[in-house]
Design a protein around this ligand. Structure first.
Ligand code: NAD
Length: 250
């Protein structure tokens, strides 16, 4: 489709799968990372192999200045960002009583503040250029089923949902749709961090009604749908991508 698609935190995991999904449309994908240049360059090469084009940008999602600079540089080089996927996220597994101010600020900075200011920068330029657009935020089932070590993380994902609802209303008059996906257990570095801190992988898969953990590509397909013309009347929505984990009895 030739759109400009900015995916925060796309050097690996769900973000990488999202970048590759848009590449198949021939889009220009901006692969954001923070200090992960080699992996980001690999993703950019994969995007090109699939028929898209890509640039990589190192920017810390927790830094408002770096997020603004990233959006400005993308707009200067490629024009307004048509699709923003606010995906960058960290999930330090720390028991509630041991969460320090530093951990709290870092999780909120990357997961929520970074997404907030990326949305602001992208929306501003779309409005200035009179262009429609789509924003998809990667939240989490932790909103409904926070794990025992996710007291700092879960509120950032609830905050993202709240942000999505607020922006869906405020940006609707400008033709900008804003939605959220809520992944369950998806096989990425974050998930592998969780299983080493708790259940073994097979045991955790047994708690999912579909009987297995998910693949990053299965989240990417839903993100892609939400940003597509097929979702033209969908805004302010949240889609669980969790194999019914949220609705299962613990
Ligand atoms: P991951 O650790 O593989 O990927 C996280 C990505 O975020 C990486 O590309 C990393 O470079 C990037 N990132 C981290 N800190 C950053 C920073 N300061 N600035 C810019 N980028 C930064 O994990 P993932 O599972 O692919 O996570 C992607 C998103 O999905 C996160 O928001 C996560 O909370 C969410 N999520 C994941 C799962 C799961 O089970 N994997 C479940 C629910 C939600």
């Amino acid at each position: 489709m030739g759109r400009v698609v900015l995916v925060t935190g796309s050097s690996r995991g769900i973000g990488r799968a999202v970048a590759l999904r848009f590449a198949r449309d021939g889009d220009h994908v901006v692969v954001n990372h923070h200090g992960d240049a080699e992996a980001a360059a690999r993703v950019a090469r994969e995007v090109a192999e699939l028929g898209g084009t890509a640039t990589t940008v190192d920017a810390d999602a927790a830094s408002v200045a770096e997020v603004r600079e990233m959006v400005d540089s993308v707009v200067a080089a490629h024009g307004p960002v048509d699709v923003l996927v606010a995906n960058a996220g960290i999930c330090p597994f720390v028991p509630f009583l041991e969460v320090t101010e530093e951990v709290y600020d870092q999780v909120h900075g990357v997961n929520l503040k970074g997404a907030f200011f990326a949305c602001q920068g992208v929306a501003k330029t779309l409005i200035e250029h009179g262009r429609p657009g789509a924003i998809v935020a990667v939240s989490s089932v932790a909103v409904y089923r926070p794990g025992p070590m996710q007291a700092a993380y879960a509120p950032t994902k609830s905050g993202l949902l709240s942000l999505v609802r607020a922006l869906a209303v405020q940006l609707a008059p400008h033709g900008i749709r804003v939605n959220a996906v809520l992944p369950g257990d998806i096989r990425t570095d974050i998930y592998l961090g969780a299983v080493t801190h708790g259940q073994a992988e097979e045991a955790s898969a047994r708690t999912v009604p579909l009987g297995r953990i998910g693949r990053p590509e299965e989240v990417a397909d839903v993100v892609h749908y939400l940003a597509s013309p097929q979702a033209s009347y969908v805004t302010g929505a949240e889609i669980l991508v969790d194999g019914a984990l949220t609705h299962a009895r613990p």
